[in-house]
Ligand binder design. Structure first.
Ligand code: BGC
Ligand code: NOJ
Length: 806
């Protein structure tokens, strides 16, 4: 069953009914000002940091699930009112349609002969969002309408806002001037910054106190102001600052009117003086022209068109035409789009991540780069330098950092022993794409401490050493608190049943080992060796270390038919046929093969066959089997999940592309593409009532075979699944793969495909690629045959024609 359809020409997903199984959301903003928006206009906005600069309030885990947002109410003179985006009044609309596009959302409806369409987007280069409401009277007679807007301001720090009521109920401050509502809480003591909410039309009235707008004991579905048709002109003193405009319009039959709203963030430069000095009012001199500009229709039209052009350009980095429509749609539009979103949000802000708990992830952001770097390499460069600056002097890393401060997050700390190796993989991906070797010479501090700078190359070396200095009893890397699998906490132990738990101390003192990190080390060491060789620096020690680790994996990490997962604190094996549960895990099968382990001696093929036999389901590949049926202290969080969910036997989608890549590495194009199709969201659209999450983006997890809700997706949007699937399909299956020496073309296609075409921008040149099956293999570049599969570098600005016959 479907709840909408894809409109590929307009690059939109069109939702047909407001009551989707879950809120189906989208993101506004691509640079510094961001928002999330659901198909019923729920969600919130923030400037740069979802925790520390939250503009509007949102209450998670609400009932209904999605309540609170960018709301509008329409009211006719006879007193009837409704929300043109369905929420929050839930009026049964005669017509409803939500179009989620690339960084914009358009929600349209018709009720009582009034067509209303609201477009929401963030113009490029601005720290504001525009809502453009278009009203059309489709009745035979004139209509007098009241329009009310409504947002609830958040007192900036979303964590504090949700908890510190004794203080916050006294701090809220607003100001209304020339019809603009300014939310200026704390602006004097901290900085000269504020939020504003403006409307293009002369106001009939306004409200800035939530209680006055809603009325006591009322909710958003029945605000007293809307019901009575009259604003109160309230000014919030503490409590809950709110923003609501009241506009009256009379529409003749057939007439269309546009009303603009602008919600924005403004920070005056540090040296700006209050106007007049000592005044308690917001200094509006700089912001006023910005507001005025974005309230003008032509400016909005132009800003919206510019956003569209920006996306043309971003997506123009790679466009493919394959025999499979779901592949084309995901690669050309939605997967690339989700890559941008994960790059910007890391794991901080979605309908499943509160924006409070997690900032940017060290491991996560390095992987998100893989899907984003070809779009804007300069921003990937900046991100890499930010991440590297949170690396610790030991070579370890803060697991997360706050985007606004760029400082490591001490609450979560460090000790995830896979983290540092991702930096090598992220940097390698950046250089392969951009050819920018200079990044390696950038001085970067450790833990952001001035004076501790070392070249980025030095950071990479330190990352490798971090692993080598932490090997366990079998010579495998110590796992620390966890590796990629956050929930495999193998240094938990207790001599008193039911008592002790993991602490950072015993975790770092613990001797649990990870085969996954071993595989990742081989991959990272070989990547660094490749970089060193190109630079003419010593590389042999990295190659030797990789070789040695591969040997250790063969000796202690191979179980006979697959790679083992780990050894726990007491030296017991995990992920082995000798275990009663958790016999085979997906992660080491993918990572070891990606590192090249077992590819020559055939063990890789055996491991992949085991995955197919034991872990593959029609909904994707399960993380491990058999799932743990009860909690086990020595395994930690993984065994706390019910069987079939999350890391305990869920289809943890992030890992699936590793298996696609592994299949491609061993030359199995059918196997690789088969796995790709199983979790492709577009290919699952027809199962929407089972899948339940948005059919246009990947979710972190799909419930596994052991779960009562097998096939149900959860935690959509912010997942490494996006970047890795993009890498799997574009770089390994279609085989258009950036390498240090240039662009490689090495497809491993499903056998039923006659070929495909693609246009790829790479280091400034544009490659027009045709791959076709034919008599004998040849690779022609501008008509001339070349050896090997790496395309010779073409000067920036040139167009290159490439024909590969398989
Ligand atoms: C989740 C993991 C997640 C981690 C983040 C765990 O509870 O299951 O998927 O990575 O929390 O801290
Ligand atoms: C989600 C986290 O963001 C990611 O870092 C982790 O690797 C996976 N969960 C698996 O636990």
């Amino acid at each position: 069953m479907r709840f909408g359809h894809f409109d590929d020409d307009r690059r939109e997903y069109v939702i047909h009914r407001p009551d989707t199984p879950l809120p189906w959301i989208n993101y506004l903003g691509t640079e510094a000002y961001f928002g999330i928006i659901s198909n019923t206009a729920g969600g919130y906005s923030f400037y740069r940091d979802a925790r520390l600069r939250r503009l509007t309030r949102y209450r998670y885990n609400n009932a209904p699930f999605d309540l609170g947002g960018r709301y509008l109410y329409l009211r006719t003179a006879d007193g009837e009112f409704w929300s043109p985006t369905w929420q929050p009044t839930q009026t049964e609309l005669d017509d409803y349609e939500c179009r989620h596009g690339l960084s914009y959302t358009r929600i349209g409806s018709r009720y009582r002969g009034i067509r209303a369409e609201t477009l929401y987007f963030v113009p490029l280069g601005e720290t504001l969002e525009v809502w453009r409401l278009k009203l059309t009277n489709e009745q035979q007679s004139a209509v007098e309408l009241s329009v009310f807007s409504s947002i609830e301001f958040c007192l900036w720090d979303a964590q504090d806002d949700a908890t510190n009521f004794q203080r916050n109920f006294s701090t809220g401050q607003v100001e209304v001037a020339d019809g603009v509502i300014y939310h200026k809480t704390e602006y004097r003591e901290r900085r000269d910054h504020f939020a504003y909410f403006a409307c293009s039309e002369p106001l009939e009235g306004f409200d800035t106190a939530r209680e006055s707008f809603l009325g006591p004991y009322r909710s958003w579905d029945r605000p007293v102001v809307v019901q009575q048709g009259e604003s109160t002109g309230s000014i919030a003193h503490g409590w809950q600052p709110h923003g609501s405009h009241h506009v009256k319009v009379t529409l003749q039959p057939g007439e269309t009117r546009e009303i603009g709203f602008v919600l924005g963030y403004w920070e005056n430069p540090r040296d700006a003086k209050f106007d007049p000095p000592g005044s308690q009012t917001v200094d509006k001199r700089l912001v006023r022209p910005v507001i005025e500009r974005w309230l003008r229709q032509e400016c909005v039209d132009e800003g919206f068109a510019a956003l569209g052009r920006r996306w043309d350009e971003l997506l123009g980095g790679l466009q493919v035409d394959t025999p499979d429509g779901d592949t084309n749609r995901m690669v050309n539009i939605w997967n690339a789009y989700q890559n941008m979103v994960t790059f910007n949000m890391s794991r901080s802000t979605s309908f499943y991540e509160s924006g409070i708990g997690r900032g940017m992830g060290f491991r996560d952001s390095n992987q998100d780069l893989l899907g984003f770097v070809h779009m804007i390499p300069e921003r990937a460069r900046e991100r890499i330098l930010d991440i590297a600056a949170t690396q610790l002097p030991t070579g370890g890393a803060y697991h997360q950092y706050q985007p606004l401060t760029k400082r490591g997050n001490n609450d979560i700390g460090s000790g995830f022993n896979d983290d540092p190796l991702w930096l090598i993989l992220g940097v390698a991906a950046y250089i392969k794409e951009s050819g920018d070797w200079s990044i390696l010479e950038e001085p970067v501090p450790y833990d952001n401490q001035p004076g501790s700078e070392e070249s980025l190359y030095g950071h990479l070396q330190r990352s490798l050493r971090y692993t080598l200095e932490r090997l366990g009893p079998h010579g495998l890397p110590l796992i620390g608190r966890a590796d990629w699998n956050d929930c495999l906490n193998l240094n938990c132990f207790s001599d008193t049943p039911g008592e002790a738990f993991q602490t950072t101390e015993n975790a770092s003192g613990g001797v649990a080992e990870s085969v996954f990190i071993a595989g990742q080390f081989v991959l990272a060491a070989r990547e660094l060796a490749g970089i060193a060789l190109c630079l003419g620096r010593p590389a042999q020690e990295y190659l030797d270390a990789a070789e040695k680790m591969a040997g250790t994996i063969a000796e202690h990490g191979w179980d006979g038919a697959w790679f083992r997962r780990a050894y726990d604190f007491r030296g017991n094996v995990i992920g082995s046929a000798s275990n009663d549960e958790g016999q085979i895990f997906i992660e080491p099968q993918g990572m070891c093969v990606m590192g090249g382990v077992g590819v020559e001696d055939g063990t890789a093929v055996t491991a992949l066959a085991s995955v197919r036999e034991r872990l593959a389901t029609p909904h994707g590949i399960i993380l491990q089997q058999p799932a743990y049926s009860s909690y086990r202290l020595e395994l930690g969080e993984i065994s706390s999940y019910p069987p079939g969910y999350k890391e305990n036997g869920g289809i943890f989608c992030h890992t699936n592309p590793w298996l696609m890549i592994a299949e491609a590495i061993v030359g199995n194009g059918d196997g690789a593409f088969d796995y790709y199709k199983r979790i492709n969201p577009s290919a699952r659209e027809a199962l929407s009532e089972v899948h339940r999450c948005e059919p246009y983006v990947y979710a972190q997890m799909i419930a596994g075979r052991d779960a009562p809700t097998h096939g149900e997706a959860k935690n959509s949007w912010l997942t490494g699944t996006a970047a890795w699937n993009y890498a799997a399909i574009t770089q390994w299956i279609l085989g258009i793969r950036p390498e240090l020496e240039g662009l490689r073309l090495a497809p491993v296609l499903p056998s039923g495909w006659p070929g495909f075409t693609a246009v790829r921008r790479f280091r400034g040149a544009t490659y027009h690629i045709t791959v076709e099956r034919g008599g004998s293999r040849s690779l022609l570049v501008d008509g001339a045959p070349i050896d090997g599969d790496v395309l010779p570098a073409a000067p920036a600005g040139t167009e290159v024609t490439v024909t590969l016959t398989l």
